[in-house]
Design a binder for this molecule. Structure first.
Ligand code: GAF
Length: 381
């Protein structure tokens, strides 16, 4: 993979090698969905599939960015982000503008084996990898946690998605074979081994991304803020859904939609804590039950699933040997994450692919992964 990218680098930028090569992984999330922007808890990790970002300063005062996997490139003479810029270029430009505005133009090559639009946060992987590289090239002093927070500002301030901090913390700071129990209010985190004896974690990509994603995601964030406002009139100590107790939901007369959104977030937060216990006590059955309950809430209460995700979750959840399965990430498409007995992985994958293809007319992608380290620079010989 890297050899191929280095060849591409030299064919585009000439003989000089990149100043830095950064590997930025994708993000998986065991449980704790839509809880991060509500100052709750999440349990993500970094996956073994990654983006590579190769960078050098450009000597000719031209910004030259290449997205290898998309076969697209973008060249221009100022740092202003223009309208017709592709989305990936908006992320690159936004990150540079927010973090290293006064620095000169760069040659950038981006490529890897991370699926785009699959709910594994390839956009945050790009932003975090770029921040890490700029930090190194310009000798900046922020901690990795501070860089993760800058990454989440790119998403909110430049792209306009009112997301939380889960993806950036997981991508920046994860550790091999572990998941990160992150408190999104205090920003404190611990690592927990995610292996369950005899079991495997698996992703299945629906290969669909419904276009409503931005508006519906932001709509959910807005609904959560509305709940906090309404509850805050009776309970002024409530600053976010993190502070809300189930009894408060019953006391305040919330419209049904808001009640369901809030209830989901409260229950999902509890499930994160229960999942930590399940992993620590190697209780695969309980882990599976929590995944199933999470999907049910995401589908019926938070309403961020879609037909393709429901099909994969339903199919897996009735398959013998699958402990549990749920949609992962923001929703409206992307992947489900499954916990299953390792001896059924192959059979299940075949059966699941054909059942999906029979219904939707195309195959989903089975994605095998290990839990890996967060962003790092890569040394080549
Ligand atoms: C997306 C967002 F970027 C995250 O912050 C998080 O809210 C997630 O959706 C849902 O849990 O990945």
């Amino acid at each position: 993979m890297l050899d191929h990218l280095l060849q591409k680098w030299h064919s585009v930028f000439g003989l000089t090698s990149p100043e830095i090569i950064v590997r930025a992984p994708g993000r998986v999330n065991i449980i704790g969905e839509h809880t991060d922007y509500n100052e709750g808890w999440v349990l993500p990790g970094a996956m073994s599939r990654s983006l590579y970002i190769l960078i050098s300063k450009n000597e000719y005062n031209t910004h030259h960015w290449v997205a290898n996997d998309l076969d697209e490139e973008y060249q221009f003479h100022s740092t202003s982000v223009e309208k017709e810029i592709p989305l990936w270029g908006k992320y690159v430009g936004g990150t540079i503008n927010l973090y290293a505005r006064d620095t000169g133009p760069l040659n950038i090559l981006i490529g890897g084996d991370l699926p785009v639009g699959a709910g594994v946060s390839s956009s945050s992987s790009l932003v975090c990898g770029l921040l890490f590289a700029l930090h190194d090239i310009y000798g900046k002093k922020e901690t990795t946690e501070e860089l993760a927070l800058i990454g989440s500002r790119v998403e909110r301030e430049i792209i306009g998605l009112q997301g939380g901090i889960m993806d950036q913390f997981a991508i920046m700071l994860s550790k091999e074979k572990q998941v990160m129990m992150l408190d999104c209010r205090t920003k404190k985190y611990d690592f927990i081994p995610a292996a369950l004896p005899g079991c495997k974690w698996l992703l299945i990509n629906t290969k669909v991304k419904h276009q409503l994603i931005d508006s519906d995601y932001n709509q959910r964030a807005k609904e959560c803020r509305q709940v906090v406002e309404l509850i805050g009139t009776l309970f002024p100590e409530v600053l976010s859904l993190r502070d809300v107790k189930m009894e408060m939901l019953w006391t305040v007369n919330l419209p049904d939609v808001l009640y369901r959104r809030a209830r989901f977030v409260l229950e999902e937060n509890n499930r994160v804590h229960e999942m930590v216990e399940a992993l620590q006590s190697h209780n695969a059955i309980l882990s599976g039950q929590l995944l199933r309950a999470s999907h049910d809430g995401l589908r019926h209460q938070y309403e961020v699933s879609c037909t393709e995700l429901d099909h994969l979750a339903d199919y897996s959840n009735q398959y013998e040997g699958v402990l549990g399965s749920r949609m992962m990430g923001g929703g409206f498409g992307g992947c489900v994450i499954c916990l299953l007995n390792e001896n059924v992985v192959e059979k299940f994958s075949q059966h699941c692919v054909s059942s999906y293809a029979d219904r939707f007319g195309f195959d989903p992608d089975i994605i095998h992964f290990e839990l890996g380290n967060g962003v790092e620079s890569v040394v080549t010989l």
